[in-house]
Design a protein around this ligand. Structure first.
Ligand code: FPP
Length: 255
């Protein structure tokens, strides 16, 4: 595809996406919501493929939030089915392309066949050295923070560490995202101006990009536009313009 002036040397190291608007996409076409999710799955394929080709090391996808369990049963069931199908069909491709799959969220709530397929895909791809795709499933940012507090509190209680040892790095290391850098770019489709309980701790200096495009319409051209916009941003990480040479990616682990 024509990359329209994209600078391959200044790509984000980690892109996170809130995939929104499947239902509206379907409604606009007089179709059921599930058809919107089905089309949304094709957009997932498109962004994974393009990230891989560009060499973006980390891509996080908010596929199912803790709150999404409250949706009508048939929609939850259909989403789980789509996810299971996606994981089954894509696994050989992930192996071929060296993609490592990770999952975060409360997996204990997933239906057993989905959980088994997910665990199988995570295990099979664990040594792949290409890009990492992180699926947030039954995930919420606050839940992630609550569990981090519990883990650290347990360590303090057991005398493994002291209260004074609790620093930013330690907090990061006890989040579900402990092994991956903070996102440089967070994309949200369908125009809503909110984070919807996705990453909370992980996005202090993440660039936000909100597009009116509905998720099923978010394909290569829309992704390219988001990346071009990222490259137009000037990231200061709290410093002044004069202090900044040009780093677009995060400086250090958390900034
Ligand atoms: C938001 O649209 C989307 C979701 C809740 C689910 C995202 C799922 C997919 C893209 C399909 C399967 C996922 C993978 C990883 C293969 P919405 O239903 O909230 O849309 P609306 O706000 O217009 O109603």
């Amino acid at each position: 595809m024509n990359l329209k002036g994209l600078d391959k040397g200044r790509l984000p190291g980690h892109v996170a996406i809130i995939m929104d608007g499947n239902g509206r996409w379907a409604r606009l076409r007089g179709k059921g919501r599930i058809e919107g999710h089905r089309r949304g799955r094709a957009s997932v394929r498109a962004v994974v493929e393009m990230s891989r080709k560009l060499g973006i090391p980390y891509l996080s996808l908010y596929a199912f939030s803790t709150e999404n369990w409250l949706r009508p049963k048939d929609e939850v069931h259909a989403l789980m089915g789509l996810l299971e199908h996606y994981l089954t069909v894509e696994q050989p491709k992930m192996m071929r392309h060296g993609i490592r799959l990770l999952a975060i969220g409360d997996r204990s709530r997933l239906p057993v066949p989905v959980l088994q397929t997910l665990e199988h895909a995570v295990e099979a791809t664990q040594h792949n050295k290409g890009m990492t795709v992180l699926l947030a499933l039954s995930y919420s940012g606050r839940d992630d923070i609550v569990r981090m507090v519990q883990r650290i509190a347990r360590k303090v209680k057991e005398g493994v560490c002291a209260v004074e040892d609790i620093k930013e790095e330690m907090v990061s290391a006890h989040m579900e995202t402990k092994s991956i850098p903070d996102p440089d770019l967070l994309i949200r489709t369908s125009g809503e101006m909110r984070i919807s309980n996705f990453f909370l701790w992980q996005i202090p200096y993440t660039e936000l990009y909100i597009t009116p495009a509905l998720w099923p319409d978010f394909r290569e051209a829309e992704y390219l536009e988001a990346l071009l916009e990222f490259q137009r941003r000037r990231r200061r990480f709290g410093r002044t313009d004069e202090q900044i040479a040009q780093p677009l990616r995060s400086v250090g682990r958390n900034r």
